[in-house]
Design a protein around this ligand. Structure first.
Ligand code: DAH
Length: 359
Protein backbone atom coordinates (compact mmCIF):
# COMPACT_ATOMS: atom_id res chain seq x y z
CA UNK A 1 0.00 0.00 0.00
CA UNK A 2 1.22 3.43 -0.77
CA UNK A 3 1.44 5.89 2.06
CA UNK A 4 0.31 9.36 1.29
CA UNK A 5 2.31 12.13 2.91
CA UNK A 6 0.00 15.03 3.32
CA UNK A 7 2.33 17.68 4.73
CA UNK A 8 2.98 19.27 1.46
CA UNK A 9 5.22 22.15 2.23
CA UNK A 10 8.36 22.21 0.13
CA UNK A 11 11.00 20.09 1.79
CA UNK A 12 8.58 17.46 2.94
CA UNK A 13 7.93 16.30 -0.57
CA UNK A 14 8.65 12.64 -0.79
CA UNK A 15 11.21 11.69 -3.31
CA UNK A 16 9.83 10.32 -6.49
CA UNK A 17 9.05 6.64 -6.21
CA UNK A 18 9.65 6.39 -2.48
CA UNK A 19 6.30 5.72 -1.00
CA UNK A 20 7.32 4.82 2.54
CA UNK A 21 10.24 6.08 4.58
CA UNK A 22 12.80 3.54 5.52
CA UNK A 23 14.39 3.35 8.92
CA UNK A 24 17.44 5.41 8.10
CA UNK A 25 15.40 8.13 6.43
CA UNK A 26 13.61 8.63 9.72
CA UNK A 27 16.94 9.57 11.27
CA UNK A 28 17.67 12.00 8.46
CA UNK A 29 14.35 13.68 9.06
CA UNK A 30 14.95 13.67 12.76
CA UNK A 31 18.16 15.62 12.24
CA UNK A 32 16.38 18.10 10.00
CA UNK A 33 13.67 18.58 12.59
CA UNK A 34 16.25 19.13 15.31
CA UNK A 35 18.17 21.61 13.13
CA UNK A 36 14.97 23.49 12.45
CA UNK A 37 14.20 23.69 16.14
CA UNK A 38 17.69 24.90 16.96
CA UNK A 39 17.32 27.61 14.35
CA UNK A 40 13.88 28.67 15.55
CA UNK A 41 14.21 32.26 16.80
CA UNK A 42 10.92 32.65 18.63
CA UNK A 43 8.38 30.76 20.67
CA UNK A 44 6.08 30.92 17.67
CA UNK A 45 8.68 29.36 15.40
CA UNK A 46 9.17 26.52 17.89
CA UNK A 47 5.43 25.94 18.08
CA UNK A 48 5.16 25.92 14.28
CA UNK A 49 7.89 23.29 14.09
CA UNK A 50 6.21 21.26 16.80
CA UNK A 51 2.96 21.19 14.86
CA UNK A 52 4.78 20.32 11.68
CA UNK A 53 6.64 17.36 13.18
CA UNK A 54 4.69 16.20 16.20
CA UNK A 55 1.19 17.59 15.67
CA UNK A 56 -1.76 15.27 15.21
CA UNK A 57 -1.39 15.70 11.48
CA UNK A 58 2.36 16.06 11.59
CA UNK A 59 5.14 13.94 10.23
CA UNK A 60 5.23 11.65 13.27
CA UNK A 61 1.74 10.42 12.42
CA UNK A 62 2.85 9.22 9.02
CA UNK A 63 6.02 7.75 10.39
CA UNK A 64 4.03 5.77 12.92
CA UNK A 65 1.54 4.69 10.31
CA UNK A 66 4.44 3.52 8.14
CA UNK A 67 5.53 0.96 10.69
CA UNK A 68 3.12 -1.68 9.52
CA UNK A 69 4.15 -1.05 5.92
CA UNK A 70 7.83 -1.59 6.66
CA UNK A 71 9.27 -4.96 5.61
CA UNK A 72 9.25 -7.28 8.65
CA UNK A 73 13.04 -7.45 8.88
CA UNK A 74 13.27 -3.68 9.04
CA UNK A 75 10.52 -3.21 11.57
CA UNK A 76 12.65 -3.28 14.74
CA UNK A 77 15.00 -0.58 13.41
CA UNK A 78 12.07 1.35 12.02
CA UNK A 79 10.25 1.29 15.34
CA UNK A 80 13.38 2.26 17.26
CA UNK A 81 14.12 5.20 14.99
CA UNK A 82 10.50 6.33 14.97
CA UNK A 83 10.57 6.42 18.71
CA UNK A 84 13.87 8.30 18.78
CA UNK A 85 12.35 10.82 16.38
CA UNK A 86 9.40 11.42 18.66
CA UNK A 87 11.37 11.52 21.92
CA UNK A 88 14.26 13.68 20.76
CA UNK A 89 12.18 16.16 18.80
CA UNK A 90 9.80 16.54 21.73
CA UNK A 91 12.67 17.02 24.18
CA UNK A 92 14.15 19.79 22.07
CA UNK A 93 10.74 21.43 21.59
CA UNK A 94 10.34 21.57 25.36
CA UNK A 95 13.86 22.80 25.94
CA UNK A 96 13.56 25.58 23.37
CA UNK A 97 10.16 26.61 24.70
CA UNK A 98 11.45 26.78 28.24
CA UNK A 99 14.37 28.87 27.22
CA UNK A 100 12.19 31.37 25.35
CA UNK A 101 9.78 31.48 28.27
CA UNK A 102 12.63 32.06 30.73
CA UNK A 103 13.89 34.89 28.58
CA UNK A 104 10.44 36.41 28.48
CA UNK A 105 10.15 36.31 32.26
CA UNK A 106 13.60 37.73 33.02
CA UNK A 107 13.69 40.01 30.01
CA UNK A 108 17.23 38.85 29.37
CA UNK A 109 18.61 36.78 26.59
CA UNK A 110 20.11 33.47 27.65
CA UNK A 111 23.79 34.29 27.67
CA UNK A 112 26.76 33.24 29.69
CA UNK A 113 29.20 35.84 30.91
CA UNK A 114 32.60 34.20 30.62
CA UNK A 115 34.26 37.11 32.42
CA UNK A 116 32.45 36.35 35.70
CA UNK A 117 34.86 35.29 38.45
CA UNK A 118 34.54 31.66 39.56
CA UNK A 119 32.78 30.77 42.79
CA UNK A 120 35.30 30.12 45.57
CA UNK A 121 34.26 27.09 47.53
CA UNK A 122 37.28 27.00 49.80
CA UNK A 123 39.83 24.24 50.02
CA UNK A 124 38.84 21.27 52.11
CA UNK A 125 40.66 19.97 55.13
CA UNK A 126 41.18 16.63 56.79
CA UNK A 127 38.35 15.35 58.95
CA UNK A 128 39.42 15.52 62.61
CA UNK A 129 39.29 11.72 62.87
CA UNK A 130 41.63 11.38 59.90
CA UNK A 131 43.92 14.13 61.16
CA UNK A 132 44.29 12.62 64.63
CA UNK A 133 44.71 9.09 63.28
CA UNK A 134 47.47 10.27 60.96
CA UNK A 135 49.16 12.13 63.78
CA UNK A 136 49.11 9.10 66.10
CA UNK A 137 50.37 6.81 63.35
CA UNK A 138 53.15 9.25 62.45
CA UNK A 139 54.39 9.36 66.04
CA UNK A 140 54.58 5.58 66.31
CA UNK A 141 56.25 5.30 62.93
CA UNK A 142 59.10 7.44 64.23
CA UNK A 143 59.40 4.84 67.02
CA UNK A 144 59.82 2.00 64.53
CA UNK A 145 56.22 0.77 64.33
CA UNK A 146 54.78 -0.48 61.03
CA UNK A 147 51.19 0.15 59.96
CA UNK A 148 49.02 -2.99 59.81
CA UNK A 149 45.36 -3.44 58.98
CA UNK A 150 42.59 -6.01 58.99
CA UNK A 151 39.04 -6.33 57.67
CA UNK A 152 35.98 -4.75 59.27
CA UNK A 153 34.23 -8.13 59.09
CA UNK A 154 36.01 -10.55 61.38
CA UNK A 155 35.69 -14.13 62.50
CA UNK A 156 34.57 -14.63 66.08
CA UNK A 157 37.87 -16.48 66.55
CA UNK A 158 39.98 -13.42 65.72
CA UNK A 159 37.69 -10.92 67.40
CA UNK A 160 37.13 -12.94 70.60
CA UNK A 161 38.50 -16.49 71.05
CA UNK A 162 42.10 -15.79 70.09
CA UNK A 163 41.97 -12.76 72.38
CA UNK A 164 41.16 -14.97 75.36
CA UNK A 165 37.52 -13.92 75.31
CA UNK A 166 35.65 -17.25 75.42
CA UNK A 167 32.05 -18.04 74.53
CA UNK A 168 29.73 -16.65 77.17
CA UNK A 169 31.85 -13.56 77.81
CA UNK A 170 29.52 -10.54 78.10
CA UNK A 171 31.26 -8.61 75.29
CA UNK A 172 30.20 -11.40 72.87
CA UNK A 173 26.53 -10.80 73.63
CA UNK A 174 24.47 -10.03 70.50
CA UNK A 175 23.19 -7.04 72.44
CA UNK A 176 26.67 -5.53 72.14
CA UNK A 177 28.07 -7.07 68.95
CA UNK A 178 26.80 -7.02 65.37
CA UNK A 179 26.64 -10.63 64.16
CA UNK A 180 26.35 -11.56 60.50
CA UNK A 181 24.19 -14.47 59.38
CA UNK A 182 27.26 -16.65 58.84
CA UNK A 183 28.42 -16.08 62.43
CA UNK A 184 31.12 -13.52 61.60
CA UNK A 185 31.04 -10.16 63.36
CA UNK A 186 31.66 -6.52 62.59
CA UNK A 187 34.84 -6.17 64.62
CA UNK A 188 34.18 -4.64 68.01
CA UNK A 189 37.77 -3.41 68.36
CA UNK A 190 41.01 -3.30 66.37
CA UNK A 191 42.60 -5.98 68.59
CA UNK A 192 41.93 -8.80 66.04
CA UNK A 193 44.57 -7.14 63.85
CA UNK A 194 47.08 -8.28 66.50
CA UNK A 195 45.92 -11.86 65.94
CA UNK A 196 46.13 -11.66 62.15
CA UNK A 197 49.52 -10.03 62.23
CA UNK A 198 51.08 -12.48 64.68
CA UNK A 199 49.66 -15.45 62.75
CA UNK A 200 51.37 -14.16 59.61
CA UNK A 201 54.68 -12.92 61.06
CA UNK A 202 57.34 -14.25 63.37
CA UNK A 203 58.48 -12.01 66.25
CA UNK A 204 59.77 -9.38 66.74
CA UNK A 205 56.59 -7.47 65.92
CA UNK A 206 56.00 -3.79 66.25
CA UNK A 207 52.72 -2.61 64.66
CA UNK A 208 50.19 0.15 64.83
CA UNK A 209 46.72 -0.58 63.38
CA UNK A 210 44.14 2.15 62.89
CA UNK A 211 40.61 1.21 61.83
CA UNK A 212 36.87 1.30 62.16
CA UNK A 213 35.03 -0.60 64.88
CA UNK A 214 31.39 -1.39 65.49
CA UNK A 215 29.29 -1.93 68.58
CA UNK A 216 25.59 -2.17 69.11
CA UNK A 217 25.43 1.01 71.16
CA UNK A 218 22.47 3.32 71.19
CA UNK A 219 23.86 6.61 69.89
CA UNK A 220 24.10 9.38 72.47
CA UNK A 221 26.56 12.15 73.31
CA UNK A 222 29.38 9.68 74.00
CA UNK A 223 28.36 6.53 72.08
CA UNK A 224 28.26 5.69 68.40
CA UNK A 225 27.63 2.32 66.77
CA UNK A 226 30.61 3.04 64.54
CA UNK A 227 33.85 4.50 65.84
CA UNK A 228 37.61 4.31 65.33
CA UNK A 229 40.50 2.87 67.26
CA UNK A 230 44.24 2.64 66.93
CA UNK A 231 45.78 -0.61 68.13
CA UNK A 232 49.42 -1.04 69.08
CA UNK A 233 51.46 -4.20 69.61
CA UNK A 234 55.12 -4.77 70.45
CA UNK A 235 56.41 -8.31 70.86
CA UNK A 236 60.02 -9.35 71.34
CA UNK A 237 62.24 -10.98 73.90
CA UNK A 238 62.11 -9.18 77.26
CA UNK A 239 59.50 -6.57 76.49
CA UNK A 240 58.27 -5.25 79.84
CA UNK A 241 55.69 -2.99 81.39
CA UNK A 242 58.48 -0.42 81.71
CA UNK A 243 58.76 -0.37 77.90
CA UNK A 244 55.03 0.25 77.71
CA UNK A 245 55.23 3.10 80.17
CA UNK A 246 58.25 4.67 78.51
CA UNK A 247 56.84 4.42 75.00
CA UNK A 248 53.43 5.77 75.98
CA UNK A 249 55.03 8.65 77.90
CA UNK A 250 56.91 9.62 74.77
CA UNK A 251 53.75 9.26 72.72
CA UNK A 252 51.70 11.42 75.12
CA UNK A 253 54.25 14.22 74.99
CA UNK A 254 54.40 14.12 71.20
CA UNK A 255 50.61 14.06 70.82
CA UNK A 256 49.52 16.58 73.42
CA UNK A 257 52.61 18.57 74.39
CA UNK A 258 55.93 18.17 76.25
CA UNK A 259 54.43 18.72 79.70
CA UNK A 260 51.93 15.88 79.47
CA UNK A 261 52.49 13.08 81.98
CA UNK A 262 50.87 9.67 82.07
CA UNK A 263 49.76 7.35 84.84
CA UNK A 264 48.70 3.70 84.94
CA UNK A 265 45.65 2.46 86.81
CA UNK A 266 45.08 -1.29 87.27
CA UNK A 267 42.30 -2.63 85.08
CA UNK A 268 41.14 -5.83 83.40
CA UNK A 269 41.16 -6.88 79.76
CA UNK A 270 40.89 -10.55 78.77
CA UNK A 271 43.83 -10.28 76.36
CA UNK A 272 46.37 -8.61 78.63
CA UNK A 273 47.83 -9.51 82.03
CA UNK A 274 48.43 -7.29 83.83
CA UNK A 275 46.08 -4.73 82.27
CA UNK A 276 46.05 -1.01 82.82
CA UNK A 277 44.06 2.03 81.94
CA UNK A 278 46.25 4.93 80.95
CA UNK A 279 45.43 8.52 81.89
CA UNK A 280 47.09 11.64 80.48
CA UNK A 281 47.54 14.68 82.71
CA UNK A 282 44.92 17.28 81.79
CA UNK A 283 46.16 19.42 78.90
CA UNK A 284 43.80 22.24 79.88
CA UNK A 285 44.74 22.83 83.54
CA UNK A 286 48.08 21.02 83.58
CA UNK A 287 46.88 18.68 86.33
CA UNK A 288 45.55 21.22 88.83
CA UNK A 289 41.92 20.22 88.25
CA UNK A 290 39.34 21.86 86.00
CA UNK A 291 36.00 21.28 84.33
CA UNK A 292 37.52 19.27 81.47
CA UNK A 293 39.21 16.72 83.76
CA UNK A 294 36.35 16.86 86.26
CA UNK A 295 38.73 18.31 88.87
CA UNK A 296 40.89 15.16 88.87
CA UNK A 297 43.81 16.54 86.86
CA UNK A 298 43.77 13.34 84.74
CA UNK A 299 41.94 12.19 81.62
CA UNK A 300 41.40 8.54 80.72
CA UNK A 301 42.82 7.94 77.26
CA UNK A 302 43.53 4.29 76.50
CA UNK A 303 43.64 0.65 77.55
CA UNK A 304 46.83 -1.39 77.56
CA UNK A 305 48.72 -4.23 79.16
CA UNK A 306 51.14 -7.10 78.72
CA UNK A 307 49.96 -9.59 76.10
CA UNK A 308 48.33 -12.55 77.86
CA UNK A 309 50.16 -15.88 77.31
CA UNK A 310 46.86 -17.34 76.09
CA UNK A 311 46.90 -14.90 73.16
CA UNK A 312 50.43 -15.96 72.24
CA UNK A 313 49.36 -19.62 72.33
CA UNK A 314 46.36 -18.89 70.07
CA UNK A 315 48.62 -17.40 67.38
CA UNK A 316 51.40 -19.95 67.71
CA UNK A 317 53.97 -17.86 69.65
CA UNK A 318 55.81 -19.40 72.57
CA UNK A 319 55.05 -17.36 75.74
CA UNK A 320 58.30 -18.66 77.23
CA UNK A 321 60.26 -17.11 74.39
CA UNK A 322 58.61 -13.73 73.94
CA UNK A 323 56.67 -11.10 75.84
CA UNK A 324 54.86 -8.08 74.53
CA UNK A 325 52.74 -5.11 75.29
CA UNK A 326 49.55 -4.02 73.55
CA UNK A 327 47.33 -0.99 73.70
CA UNK A 328 44.16 0.32 72.10
CA UNK A 329 42.77 3.80 72.03
CA UNK A 330 39.51 5.34 70.82
CA UNK A 331 40.10 8.10 68.30
CA UNK A 332 36.75 9.83 68.87
CA UNK A 333 37.49 10.00 72.57
CA UNK A 334 40.89 11.58 71.96
CA UNK A 335 39.35 14.05 69.47
CA UNK A 336 36.70 15.01 71.99
CA UNK A 337 39.26 15.55 74.75
CA UNK A 338 41.69 17.40 72.52
CA UNK A 339 39.17 19.72 70.89
CA UNK A 340 36.58 19.97 73.63
CA UNK A 341 33.87 18.33 71.49
CA UNK A 342 30.84 17.83 73.71
CA UNK A 343 28.85 15.42 71.55
CA UNK A 344 30.32 12.55 69.51
CA UNK A 345 27.54 12.93 66.93
CA UNK A 346 29.04 16.23 65.73
CA UNK A 347 31.94 14.17 64.41
CA UNK A 348 29.74 12.34 61.89
CA UNK A 349 27.26 14.99 60.84
CA UNK A 350 29.64 16.70 58.41
CA UNK A 351 28.30 20.12 59.24
CA UNK A 352 30.75 22.47 57.54
CA UNK A 353 30.60 24.88 60.47
CA UNK A 354 31.97 22.07 62.64
CA UNK A 355 34.50 20.76 60.15
CA UNK A 356 35.88 24.20 59.25
CA UNK A 357 37.17 24.56 62.81
CA UNK A 358 39.78 21.89 62.11
CA UNK A 359 40.94 23.34 58.79
N1 DAH B 1 40.36 -3.67 72.72
C1 DAH B 1 40.13 -2.81 73.86
C2 DAH B 1 38.79 -2.09 73.71
O1 DAH B 1 38.26 -2.08 72.67
C3 DAH B 1 41.21 -1.78 73.99
C4 DAH B 1 42.50 -2.42 74.36
C5 DAH B 1 42.84 -2.61 75.68
C6 DAH B 1 43.35 -2.88 73.38
C7 DAH B 1 43.99 -3.20 76.04
C8 DAH B 1 44.56 -3.47 73.74
C9 DAH B 1 44.86 -3.65 75.09
O2 DAH B 1 45.40 -3.91 72.84
O3 DAH B 1 46.03 -4.21 75.41
O4 DAH B 1 38.31 -1.55 74.67
Amino acid sequence: MELFFHFMEPGFQREEGLAVMNASEILTWKERALDELRAADSLQAVEAARIKYLGSKGMIRDIMAGLKEAPPEERPAYGKNANAFRVEVLALVNERKESFQAQASTGKAETFDYTLPGRWRGIGSLHPITAITEKIVAIFRTMGFTVASGPDIETTFNNFDALNTPAGHPSRDPQDTFYLDNGDVLRTHTSPVQVRYMQAHRPPVRIIAPGRCYRRDTPDATHSANFHQVEGLYVDRNVSLADLKGDLSYFAAKLMGPDIKIRFRPHFFPFTEPSVEVDFSCHVCGGKGCRVCKQSGWIEILGAGMVDPEVFKAVGYDPNEVTGYAFGMGIERIAMVLYGIQDIRHIYENDERFLAQFA
